[in-house]
Ligand binder design. Structure first.
Ligand SMILES: Nc1nc2c(c(=O)[nH]1)N[C@H]1C(S)=C(S)[C@@H](COP(=O)(O)O)O[C@H]1N2
Ligand SMILES: [Mo]
Length: 314
């Protein structure tokens, strides 16, 4: 279902040079898809200065599925730090300043401390990967992310043999994230992965999408993307990564353990207590489509869960 190219298969021409990128930007600015419908002052509001994504390896992993329109992917969001309505993040996140972003690395690893985003990404090539995103609310999108394999970033910090899990935290700053002034969730938003899930080659740290820097409402300047898990595992605006020995708490299972588990793998055979997970609405399509086991990534990830009862480990 997914096409995987090895990095070595990527020819020079697939690495987007600055000039082509600039031209493409001009083109996108002029074209109606990108030019119309921007609520808040147009193109500039979607740019974010902190991560340079001007060159990347194109389509290292891709799909045949049609891409979701950028305007849907950047205007229909879940990011409760900026409000609980689908169009709240795009409205409320535009002033969010992500300059001088640092990520704290701690726990069971040899190298710890506060690292500027640029240091975290140094020496790791940014690549484009087209992934399905399946929200637990039964809608889905197909998004071309720009990012780096999570494993390559994590390895730089030399996790010890006690590192069995990885815990992530979103920024907590109610002045900058107005949704945090209300206690809809236990802030800061936290997420976690088992270490083998985190080290899986499909696990991505995204810094961009659709050839550009990540819009604030999509989790700037750096967010997780776990394509075979429900969308809420893909934590946004990460400020902390901790290697732990014990399974870390996660926001949605703290808020409702009966409805949301730690693993949260996409599974059409296990319904949410309040709705079916068998089908989904692909944003931009009229008819519902079948949800795929592990969101279509079973060949790649099923072995991670061999021997586990997936009706119990939700
Ligand atoms: N910090 C944080 N991360 C988050 C969320 C959130 O509310 N806060 N929402 C999650 C949910 S439910 C989904 S479906 C995806 C949505 O990502 P997108 O807006 O880029 O499509 O982000 C996830 N990451
Ligand atoms: Mo979601």
């Amino acid at each position: 279902m997914i096409k995987i190219k090895r990095a070595s298969d990527c020819s020079e021409s697939e690495i987007t040079p600055e000039t082509i990128y600039q031209q493409r930007r001009k083109f996108m600015k002029a074209s109606s898809v990108w030019g119309t419908g921007l609520l808040l002052g147009g193109w500039g509001t979607y740019l974010n200065a902190s991560v340079d994504v001007s060159s990347y390896k194109k389509s290292v992993i891709t799909l045949d599925d049609k891409l979701t329109d950028f305007k849907d992917a950047s205007r229909y969001n879940n990011f409760y730090e900026f409000g609980t309505g689908k169009d709240d993040p795009v409205k409320n996140a535009q002033e969010f300043n992500t300059d001088n972003w640092t990520v704290n690395i701690s726990g069971e690893c040899e190298k710890q401390g506060d690292f500027p985003l640029e240091a975290l990404l140094e020496g790791v090539d940014i690549e484009e990967r087209v992934y399905r995103l399946r929200c637990v609310e039964a809608w889905s999108m197909v998004i071309p992310w720009l990012g780096v394999p999570l494993a390559e970033v994590l390895k730089q910090f030399s996790p010890t043999s006690k590192a069995k899990y990885v815990a992530f935290k979103t920024l907590f700053d109610p002045e900058r994230m107005p949704g945090q002034k209300r206690s809809v969730l236990d802030w800061p938003y936290v997420e976690g992965l088992r270490i083998d899930e985190a080290m899986h080659p499909l696990s991505l740290l995204a810094v961009g999408m659709y050839g550009k820097t990540l819009p604030n409402q999509n989790g700037a300047p750096i967010r997780l993307v776990m394509p075979w898990k429900y969308g809420f595992k893909s934590i946004k605006s990460i400020v902390s990564i901790e290697f732990t020995e014990k399974q870390p708490p996660t926001t949605w299972s703290l808020s409702n353990p009966r409805e949301y588990g730690f693993y949260s793998n996409v599974n059409p055979n296990v319904d949410h207590p309040r709705w079916s997970q068998a089908r989904e609405r692909r944003i931009g399509e009229f008819f519902k489509r079948d949800t795929l086991m592990f969101n279509g990534y079973a060949d790649e990830v099923a072995s991670l869960y061999a021997g586990m009862d997936l009706t119990k480990y939700i």
